[in-house]
Ligand binder design. Sequence first.
Ligand code: ADP
Length: 297
Amino acid sequence: MIHIAVLGSTNMDLVTYVAKAPQRGETVTGREFRTIPGGKGANQAIAAARAGATVSMIGAVGNDDFGARLRDTLEHSGADTDSLRTVEGQSGTAHIVVDDEGGNAIVVIPGANGTVDHLSPGDEGVIASADALLLQLEIPLDAVIAGAEAARRHGVRTILTPAPAQPLPPELFAATDLLVPNEYEAVTLTGRTDPREAAIALLEVVPEVVVTLGAVGSLYVARGTEPLLVPAPRVTAVDTTGAGDTFAGALAVALAEEKPVREALSWAAAAAALSVQREGASVSMPYRPEIEAQYTA
Ligand code: ADP
């Protein structure tokens, strides 16, 4: 069975739904409040586990109620949490106000994620035993770099989602095999507004790039090959939160199974298309049989 390691964040999303977000000093009555397990690391771990891999989640939660629920959520999706540490203090949270126009305002408090600034004993062994390591940028960069370099030492493919968008140090690019930015992240990393140009510019620092293009699909570029645009299935999207994480998790599984790139991208697109047709991020992620049914080569 394919084994995917994920080094990254776990967050409890605290989502408030309100007609119009309050201004400073104002109090408004909202409609609904939900606590939704998330964090890009946990989301990618759940996506990969549901897509059929054995998954090891490396990261940290706090010793609060949210931490226990985040761990449970991962385990229920089949991800192994032996490398998910429980640290003194609060779990990561994201405080999200969603208004009736679909606009949002978000405060992220890293909490336990902020303590993941290095690899712990045992993490390198877990990474070494995986077929691929999934990384994002919601934990301190030092740990992301350490994880990528550990994977490199053991010949494990590193797949980096460069989100939240930010400039990256050369050491991280140097230890990245496949970079998977969305359009906005590709622009932030390169200063180019055309996704194809941005993808090609990124080949100067990493050997393979997939730029995700929302409902359009994804664009793959690699050194020495023609760019490949793989369309997304046409579906009615109700909530695209977590689409990129579903895509990255499923893509890691497909590539580890040695599916050819075009098939792997279509397979990931099938998974992401299923997730956008349902509410929520991790709860909307499809299981392997659903992906197989949706996938058309
Ligand atoms: P992110 O969620 O990180 O912003 P994207 O919006 O590019 O990233 O979405 C990631 C992937 O999810 C896309 O490449 C596509 O496969 C799928 N996707 C996103 N939105 C839609 C949509 N409206 N219809 C079908 N697939 C979608």
